[in-house]
Design a protein around this ligand. Structure first.
Ligand code: NCD
Length: 313
């Protein structure tokens, strides 16, 4: 049985040590063949994953489902309040307890920060946070790190720019903490209105993690290995006028990348951040990144579900 990875839930990347992260990335690598359907695995045969999705999702939901099925497990769940009994007024707590008795793990996406933490405290099966509002998206971070490690062979000392909506984007919140563990040179590039939250900057400073901030991508584009772009999170703006003012803040295109030696990553969906003409260049890693969700989520599911025997406590 696996000894090194002993997290019961995946709620925040802050709960991970560097060893935990490296362990999951190594495990993911071993599962690549299964993820690509070049090998068969029965690791999660007979196990069921519950999916509670209260916000739209394409990659996260489908890659969790794919991961579970590639390991011979199965999924049940819903993707909106309106398709569950919460539409009739049932509480989220009752809904989660129900699913606890059907499933071996729960994946939750919700617009409120802290919901998956709350659910993890009332059920006795592993809970995975698949995005809680503008909070965290820890499994996205693991696949982002995997993508970087696959590309460069290491994460340490890379020059990474996190670009776009750093205020509301949960992927960059989790990623900033994780990159901090690897001595990465981080630059946060955003309009002033969408800077990385102070609380995160303070946490980084407390841990002596260095970072730079900039509003102009042109200032940094020559010095980076990874341009991690993000969508402006329209749905989290209190005022749509504010969104309209900055929605096209950074549009990356092929011309801007000419002569540069960097990869472009993006958690997707892209709206107006990456021109389609970048897709056929050597810089595009966003689709590879989307595929990497499968082996990485397989590794997470396998370790969480097999390490946490249901009804054990
Ligand atoms: C992200 C999310 O939901 O936070 N998408 C994803 O999970 N790949 C990014 C986004 O919606 O902009």
């Amino acid at each position: 049985m696996i000894e090194i990875f002993n997290l019961k839930n995946v709620i925040s990347i802050k709960d991970f040590s560097k060893e935990d992260i490296n362990y999951i990335l190594d495990e993911a690598k071993k599962l690549e063949k299964v993820a690509k359907s070049q090998a068969i695995s029965n690791d999660l045969n007979g196990k069921i994953l519950g999916m509670m999705f209260f916000e739209p999702s394409t990659r996260t939901k489908l890659s969790f489902e794919t991961a579970m099925k590639r390991l011979s497990g199965a999924c049940v769940g819903f993707d909106s309040v309106s398709s569950s009994s919460m539409e009739k007024g049932e509480s989220i707590a009752d809904t989660a307890k129900m699913l606890e008795s059907y499933c071996d793990g729960l994946v939750i996406r919700h617009e409120l920060e802290g919901v998956s933490q709350f659910i993890s405290e009332i059920v006795n099966i592993p809970v995975i946070n698949a995005g809680d509002g503008a909070g965290q998206h820890p499994t996205q971070t693991l696949l982002d790190l995997y993508t970087m490690r696959e590309e460069f062979g290491h994460i340490e000392n890379l020059n990474v720019a996190l670009v776009g909506d750093l205020k509301y984007g949960r992927t960059v919140h989790s990623l900033a903490y994780a990159l901090g563990l690897y001595n990465v040179n981080m630059t946060f590039v955003s309009p002033n209105e969408l800077r990385m939250p102070k609380e995160i900057l303070r946490d980084l400073e407390k841990n002596n993690i260095k970072y730079k901030e900039n509003t102009d991508l042109n200032d940094v584009i020559d010095d980076i290995d990874v341009l991690y772009d993000t969508r402006i999170q329209k749905e989290r703006f209190p005022d749509v006028e504010e969104y309209l003012k900055i929605k096209d803040a950074y549009l990356i295109n092929k011309k801007m990348l000419e002569g540069k030696d960097l990869i472009v990553m993006h958690p997707l969906p892209r709206i107006n951040e990456i021109d389609y003409d970048v897709d056929d260049t050597k810089h595009n890693r966003y689709f590879k990144q989307a595929f990497n969700a499968v082996p990485v989520r397989m590794a997470i599911l396998k370790n969480l579900i097999l390490n946490n025997k249901k009804f054990e406590d």
